[in-house]
Design a protein around this ligand. Structure first.
Ligand SMILES: *Cc1c(COP(=O)(O)O)cnc(C)c1O
Length: 449
């Protein structure tokens, strides 16, 4: 790896990123192709990235960062891993898309089926497509229309799932985005995460109209908020008692927190499971899967239509397969150890600076909530996640960025490590932490950071 200039703050302005951001804003709304990249939650200039190697990113101004975002989860083995790269280059050299079946898709499907509680999968190109198709399949199988989702869980930008809780528990959901009609969310019921009574109330009221409950296997999109012990099992038994299906969304956790995803840590099988992120190895590939009986409802075998021009793309499947083949038990043990070491360092630095915080942990995924542990010892739902102090995260984030550590640009996101985050990468993070913790402490006191 290339040498890092020093642990001291480097010049913090980013003129090349700023110029690119100006160009981008002229032709791309907000200058970005996915909103959180715009740094709205933390302010400042989003860094335009030029290259990635191993655990490091280099921006358009030539500054190197330890990457703790890992493309929002997919890069289980860091940037440009030689084995993944070799698989990608070989596949691309043989043609990039055929619109006809290939052996690579079969091999990737076999790998998914061997790891996760599904008998068959259908490959798609994004997590959004996977959850959208899973909900359609659940509706097709049950002949029902209502969907239960949890506040703070994100399942991609599917219209019916971009819904916010109504004014009371077990009431009809309201659109969470302009352009989503009340008609589309009227079939969606939003309940608080980890709230068994609210789920029971929803089924008491709408039981025989509910097609499915969809949940993140472990919450990762409101910061990391794992399910309480037995919660996923409760979802499964409650859904089944009413003839509904459980969709477990493993797009983030799948093949990230264990070789079988969250299922490997908390073995509650969904009737339908969705995958994405890691299984594409940095390329657009995702999937949904279920028993052969449920999957037989899909076209061309059954009546539920679902399709995709680039589904099972040979370059994406090669990247995904190479990524998963490197994802051995040993690799997961390393991820867990790296994450635990990082969490301990973060907690120690924040404690030393007297910054109240709570860690949310799900396997090797974690996030830092700047919230008072005396009030919220463990964040269990979206309402509690929202008690965090965004100005403190903002100060912490920028102090880390200035010292060469790239954190998620929002306090509602998971931090991710890779199998190639080694001692040298961790050392850089550790070197940056005390100053960042002090910046957080100053923000907490309202002093200028
Ligand atoms: C990222 C994510 C999605 C959406 O996946 P995209 O590939 O961004 O469409 C869906 N569900 C969960 C749990 C996710 O984390």
């Amino acid at each position: 790896m290339r040498p890092f200039p020093s642990a001291a703050p480097f010049p913090y302005d980013a003129p090349n990123s700023a110029a690119l951001f100006d160009r981008a804003r002229a032709v791309i709304p907000g200058g970005v192709n996915s909103p959180v990249r715009a740094f709205r939650a933390v302010g400042g200039t989003p860094r335009f990235m030029a290259t990635g190697h191993g655990p490091y990113l280099t921006d358009a101004d030539g500054r190197e960062y330890v990457d703790l975002v890992c493309s929002w989860g997919p890069l289980l083995h860091g940037h440009a891993h030689p084995v993944v790269l070799d698989a990608v280059l070989r596949a691309a050299a043989s043609g990039t898309s055929y619109g006809a079946p290939t052996e690579g898709e079969v091999a990737l499907a076999e790998e998914l089926v061997a790891r996760a509680p599904v008998e068959q999968v259908r490959l798609v190109s994004s997590g959004t497509e996977a959850t959208m198709s899973a909900v359609r399949l659940a509706r097709g199988v049950t002949g029902r229309s209502r969907v239960v989702k949890f506040a703070g869980c994100y399942h991609g930008h599917v219209d019916s799932l971009l819904a916010a809780a109504g004014s009371g528990v077990a009431t009809l959901a309201l659109p969470d985005s302009a352009g989503v009609t009340a008609t589309e969310t009227a079939q969606t019921i939003v309940v608080p995460y980890n709230d068994r009574a609210a789920l029971t109330a929803a089924f008491d009221r709408f039981g025989d109209e509910i097609a499915c409950v969809i949940t993140e296997a472990a919450g990762g999109n409101m910061g990391v908020v794992p399910p309480r012990d037995g919660f996923n099992g409760f979802l499964r038994s409650t859904a089944h008692a009413h003839g509904a299906l459980l969709i477990v969304d493993e797009v983030m956790t799948g093949f990230r927190v264990s070789r079988s995803g969250w299922y490997g840590l908390d073995p509650v099988a969904g009737d339908i499971t969705t995958f994405g992120k890691v299984m594409g190895g940095g390329f657009p590939a995702a999937a949904f899967g279920a028993s052969a009986q449920v999957m037989a409802h899909l076209a061309p075998v059954g009546p539920v239509y679902q399709a995709g021009t680039l589904s099972g793309n040979p370059v994406a499947t090669a990247a995904g397969l190479a990524t998963l083949r490197l994802a051995t038990d040993d690799a997961y043990a390393r991820l867990d150890a790296t994450s635990a070491a990082l969490r301990a360092e973060v907690a120690a630095a924040l404690t030393a600076a007297s910054v109240p915080h709570v860690l949310g942990v799900a396997g090797s995924m974690f996030s830092v909530f700047f919230t008072d542990p005396a009030v919220t010892p463990a964040v269990g739902d979206y309402e509690q996640a929202r008690t965090q102090d965004a100005t403190v995260y903002r100060a912490f984030f920028h102090a880390m960025l200035a010292r060469g550590v790239y954190l998620p640009p929002s306090g509602f996101e998971s931090w991710f490590v890779s199998t190639v985050h080694d001692g040298a990468a961790l050392d850089r993070v550790v070197a940056a932490l005390p100053a960042a913790a002090r910046a957080a402490a100053e923000a907490l006191e309202g002093a200028p950071a």
